[in-house]
Design a protein around this ligand. Structure first.
Ligand code: CDP
Ligand code: CDP
Length: 224
């Protein structure tokens, strides 16, 4: 299935990966995979069973038998809609701690690669271009400065009626980004074949159009 186009968006937390990837997929009629949700689902399942983040063997066992389904726009764990629960900051924090285990990453590899179906896939995460889809058609590293990312996350939480504090968010995003970038297994990094897109000060529409135009350029060149 290497002929099936893939666009990867990797980057730090709250850089807009999910929002942009979803809209780009919609515009192209492609499938969409939010890889972070898989790590968040393992985190949620582990927390429910009171498994400590340090307990690697049980975390991996949990991931092996994870019963997940994507129904319409919802994510279900064991048949229960957990779309809201997985977005909680505590889930992202726990996910980032267990995402350091190479054994867990290995278990999730095929699950992610199975999303590569015609007519194409847009996916976001930390290692989508570097490890999961190294032969992707277009690889983007999406970022924005830490304060802007914290403001974006703050707005998102307040709109959902969840209490938040900008200073705490800046600190927690920084800590998570540092852990995700410094780990040995599939760290978040900007690779040579990745296009850097700094979205500080840019609207969602502007970023979506930029990604679509980069993809159009590549598609035209490859047809020449
Ligand atoms: O997936 P990731 O954590 O990277 O970010 P997200 O959840 O897609 O985006 C975080 C928030 O930033 C969302 O509320 C987006 O609407 C917003 N955003 C923005 O304001 N401007 C952009 N250029 C991109 C995203
Ligand atoms: O939305 P946000 O960027 O805050 O987080 P996410 O993409 O849902 O990912 C949650 C955590 O899962 C990240 O902090 C990473 O530690 C981990 N993750 C990963 O290691 N590799 C991926 N491809 C996606 C997420």
């Amino acid at each position: 299935n290497q002929a099936i186009p893939v666009i990867t968006l990797d980057g730090p937390s709250a850089s807009g990966k999910g929002t942009i990837a979803h809209l780009v997929a919609q515009a192209l009629g492609f499938h969409y995979l939010d890889s972070g949700v898989l790590y968040r689902l393992v985190a949620l399942a582990a927390m429910k069973h009171a498994i400590a983040a340090e307990d690697e063997p049980n975390i991996v066992a949990m991931a092996r038998c994870l019963n997940v389904s994507f129904v319409d726009a919802t994510v279900q764990l064991d048949g229960v809609d957990v779309s809201e629960a997985v977005r909680a900051e505590i889930c992202g924090e726990y996910a980032s701690r267990i995402a350091q285990y190479p054994t867990l990453r290995e278990v999730l590899l095929d699950r992610q690669r199975n999303f590569r179906e015609l007519p194409g896939l847009v996916t976001d995460g930390r290692d989508m271009g570097s490890v999961v889809f190294p032969d992707a058609t277009l690889k983007i590293y999406l970022t924005a400065d830490a304060e802007e990312r914290a403001r974006r996350r703050y707005k998102q939480l307040i709109e959902k009626g969840i209490n938040a504090n900008i200073a705490d968010l800046v600190a927690s995003l920084r800590e998570r980004d540092e852990r995700d970038s410094k780990r040995l297994a599939s760290p978040l990094q900007q690779c040579e074949d990745t296009h850097l897109l700094d979205t500080t000060g840019f609207s969602i529409d502007q970023v979506v159009n930029q990604v679509l135009s980069m993809y159009a350029d590549i598609s035209t060149t490859s047809q020449l």
